[in-house]
Design a protein around this ligand. Structure first.
Ligand code: NAP
Ligand code: G4F
Length: 324
């Protein structure tokens, strides 16, 4: 039986990855922050199946303690301050958690057991103001947010530990991936959740920022498999994981409202408050290397993703409406 330690287990990807690894018969440990309000909604159904350890990427000792307690074969470093607008409001904190946090993880792994395989959650936000389309592993980076800059540091320090110490440390450069467990502040879930509320008479409008921005969206459940596959290879390498399709935020709105048989013109308002100081206008990934070498490809397409998220929001909101 293999053992894995997942940082960020309470997040969207952490919960899907924990489920995936449990199906593969892993012993799963998760690093969880002590926060004023416990955030276990996405892993409530897994609480008896995983072991939660207290820790924070800002606290090196807590990471070392978690490694000693779990003795993992594989570490998946998914924890980060991942909401881009907050990275302008808290740039130093974002650098600490999303950037330096990776070094704390790598250094703790190196000192405890350098044979542990390490996965770093890199991101398409590192491409930012894109220099070529589609973006692949060779495309130059130009991050457009403090978050993107911090992630780029995490990306390069992972490569540096691989090259300096021969560690099996890899980065998955994942393009946007969504699900019914996506945080409500991210645009896809904000759209499906608010539109479902409108449908049920619980909201009157949906306020959005830049609806011209274009993203390469996939389903989180498909993308966690790629993380695992990267750690099963002979050689440590970085991979782009993407759907290869681009849609605008406006397309996402249209697909959601069409599915709910609502007219978006009646409800969607543009609000300057949600525009960013600098924007990543367009992303489209080329996951050809992952397809060839990992045998990975996405299963859930754009329309299916939208419908899955809308259905889940409608069901959850309807049941909470009934219980009130
Ligand atoms: P998410 O839902 O925002 O989850 C982030 C997780 O990190 C949460 O469990 C959070 O814990 C934890 N965390 C935050 N700060 C921490 C700290 N200082 N110490 C320990 N844990 C901390 O993110 P996600 O969508 O699952 O994404 C997973 C990872 O992939 C992130 O690193 C993200 O930046 C990256 N990524 C995501 C996407 C995407 O489209 N989803 C694409 C590329 C890369 P709490 O519950 O305590 O807040
Ligand atoms: O859903 P978003 O907040 O995702 P964003 O900024 O692309 O970041 C996500 O994907 C990255 C991978 O590329 C991850 F690394 C990162 O951790 C995160 O998971 O915004 C998507 C687009 C942006 O262009 C934004 O300006 O939607 C636009 N948008 C328009 N109105 C909005 C809104 N975004 C949000 N969050 N809220 C709005 O009201």
């Amino acid at each position: 039986m293999k053992t894995a330690l997942i940082t960020g287990i309470t997040g969207q990807d952490g919960s899907y990855l924990a489920e995936f690894l449990l199906k593969k018969k892993y012993h799963v440990f998760g690093l969880e922050r002590r926060t004023s309000k416990r955030n276990r909604e996405s892993i409530e159904h897994l609480i008896d199946k995983v072991e939660l350890l207290s820790g924070d990427l800002l606290d090196a000792e807590s990471i070392t303690r978690a490694l000693k307690q779990s003795k993992p074969d594989e570490v998946y470093n998914l924890a980060s301050q991942s909401f881009i607008p907050d990275s302008w409001r808290q740039p130093v904190y974002t650098g600490e958690a999303t950037g330096l946090g990776v070094t704390r993880m790598l250094e703790a792994v190196r000192e405890f057991d350098p044979n542990i395989k390490f996965y770093q959650a890199s991101t398409s936000e590192m491409f930012g103001k894109v220099r070529a389309t589609p973006q692949n592993e060779g495309t130059p980076f130009h991050p457009r947010s403090p978050y993107g800059v911090a992630k780029l540091y995490g990306h390069w320090i992972t490569i540096n530990y691989r090259e300096s110490y021969g560690m099996f440390a890899v980065s998955g450069i994942l393009f946007n991936h969504e699900s019914p467990r996506r945080g409500l502040e991210f645009v896809t879930r904000k759209i499906t959740h608010t539109a479902a509320k409108i449908k049920l008479g619980l909201a009157k409008e949906l306020r959005l920022g830049n609806t011209s921005a274009e993203r390469d969206w996939g389903f989180a459940g498909d993308y966690v498999e790629a993380m695992w596959l990267m750690l099963q290879q002979e050689k440590p390498q970085d991979y782009v994981i993407a759907s290869g399709e681009t849609h605008s935020v406006e397309d996402f709105v249209q697909a959601t409202f069409k599915y709910l048989k609502l007219d978006p013109k009646k409800y969607v308002k543009i609000d300057k408050k949600f525009f960013r100081p600098a924007e990543t206008d367009y992303l489209r990934g080329d996951a050809g290397k992952a397809r060839r070498e990992l045998g990975w490809k996405p299963k859930v397409g754009f329309e299916k993703l939208v419908q899955m998220m809308v259905d889940a929001d409608l069901a959850a909101l309807s049941s909470s409406k009934i219980s009130k």
